[in-house]
Design a protein around this ligand. Structure first.
Ligand code: NIG
Ligand code: FE
Length: 407
């Protein structure tokens, strides 16, 4: 056993409901707090001096100066395994070029596919680990990582194997997701349906065999896969035993319904979700994930997080870090900005980046500082936890602990 503290404030996120709106009065904030650790789990959280007197002869890790501590963040949607760079797409978009013009001049998802296919495994692993380290430096200890820039058996497996290798070299938890249904690659000879059939019969069995991912994602959109074919694909992936997540309603509404109908763990994006579908999502256990980094990267509207929360949905917030639509990668900045535009409480934003995004990944063992939870937490050098969002990402994380150990 080990006691860490004293912290000026411990924000536990205890007792907050999984779904719906939250007020800041619901937050449990323990002043002069301590965290008692048993192996890699939280044993108890409470007043530091009381915990100290109750637990004699244990190791004490003393915290110097004013620091607040909150659960480590969970980024439940990223595409951080990729080669190349799409700065030119960004510049062209801002100069007024359309999606089609950008794709025709060599940009778009297909350009990242070519760069990723051409990159060496060493290079992909190195840049993936650098991005993981950046996310850890923000206080993120659990990171979902998608494939989706390989788009054939060899290259999708290459990406997923690299994500697996990265897991051996980082303390953060990586959650791999197979996104072979990101786009039909230009060199696939056949229809969308034939490509989806190829994924089900060729790629997914190998992913399963090598235990490379337990989750399957698809991009349902006019420019990618259509609703009906996507639903059939997702049901087949489910039959194979995969959990489902969906890129839904990014530009065109309707696909979040499919996510709910197939029992997806999450429907992500939702910038274009219509009011009826907000209610449909809110009545389901499918997490509605806002991706403000994509809104900021594309100059598009934000996910209607306020409406979703008011309707009772489980709302998570993730970075979507990718080379095209969301190049920033700073989840804290993005979530703070989403809060100002969507009028989200601090409790709603913190919940969206912790236990609610963990739930989207099926990881209910983390995201709160309560007994039995994984001892992942982040500290900030400040006397008021509100400063974390108030400073919109410029207040840097001081210390990150994973499994109760300081990184
Ligand atoms: O989540 N929307 C589809 N996929 C990514 C973008 C990927 C890319 O542009 O490379 C997203 O925004
Ligand atoms: Fe995405």
């Amino acid at each position: 056993m080990k006691l860490i503290g004293p912290f000026t404030q411990v924000v536990t996120l205890a007792n907050l409901p999984l779904r719906g709106k939250l007020s800041d009065e619901q937050l449990e904030i323990i002043p002069d707090g301590g965290i008692l650790i048993n192996n890699d789990k939280i044993e108890k959280v409470g007043n530091f001096e009381i915990l100290k007197s109750e637990n004699q002869n244990i190791e004490i890790e003393t915290v110097e100066g004013e620091q607040v501590v909150i659960p480590a963040f969970v980024d439940s949607h990223t595409h951080i395994c990729f080669g190349g760079n799409r700065a030119n797409d960004f510049a062209m978009r801002n100069a007024g070029k359309t999606y089609l013009e950008i794709a025709e001049s060599g940009g778009g998802i297909w350009s990242s596919v070519q760069h990723t296919r051409n990159a060496s495994e060493e290079e992909l692993l190195k840049t993936l680990l650098e991005r993981i380290d950046f996310l850890i430096s923000l206080g993120i200890a659990t990171i979902e990582v998608k494939s989706g820039y390989g788009l054939d058996t060899e290259n999708e497996l290459k990406m997923l194997r690299i994500i697996k290798k990265a897991q051996e070299q980082t303390k953060a938890t990586l959650v791999p997701t197979c996104l072979s249904a990101h786009l039909k690659p230009r060199d696939f000879e056949g229809s969308n349906e034939e490509y989806l059939h190829y994924i089900v019969t060729e790629i997914l069995p190998k992913v399963k065999e090598e235990d490379l991912a337990k989750r399957v994602d698809i991009f349902i959109e006019k420019s990618a896969f259509q609703p009906e074919e996507s639903k059939n694909f997702l049901l087949k992936a489910k039959e194979l035993g995969f959990e489902i997540t969906v890129h839904a309603d990014q530009f065109t509404p309707g696909s979040s319904r499919i996510a709910v109908e197939v029992g997806a763990k999450s429907a992500d994006h939702l910038e274009a979700t219509i009011d009826d579908d907000v209610d449909f999502l809110a009545k389901s256990d499918t997490v509605a994930t806002a991706l403000p980094g994509a809104s900021l990267g594309l100059g598009e509207k934000f996910t209607p997080a306020r409406k979703l929360l008011d309707a009772g949905a489980i709302v998570a917030i993730a970075s979507d870090w990718n080379p095209g639509s969301a190049p920033m990668g700073n989840l804290i900045t993005q979530a703070s900005i989403l809060a100002t535009f969507e009028k989200l409480t601090t409790a709603e934003v913190l919940a969206g980046m912790t236990f609610r995004s963990a739930f989207a990944l099926g990881l209910e063992d983390r995201g709160r500082l309560t007994e039995g939870q994984k001892a992942d937490f982040v500290t900030f050098k400040t006397n008021n936890f509100q400063n974390v969002l108030y400073n919109q990402g410029s207040l840097k994380a001081e210390n990150v602990y994973i499994d109760g150990k300081l990184l």
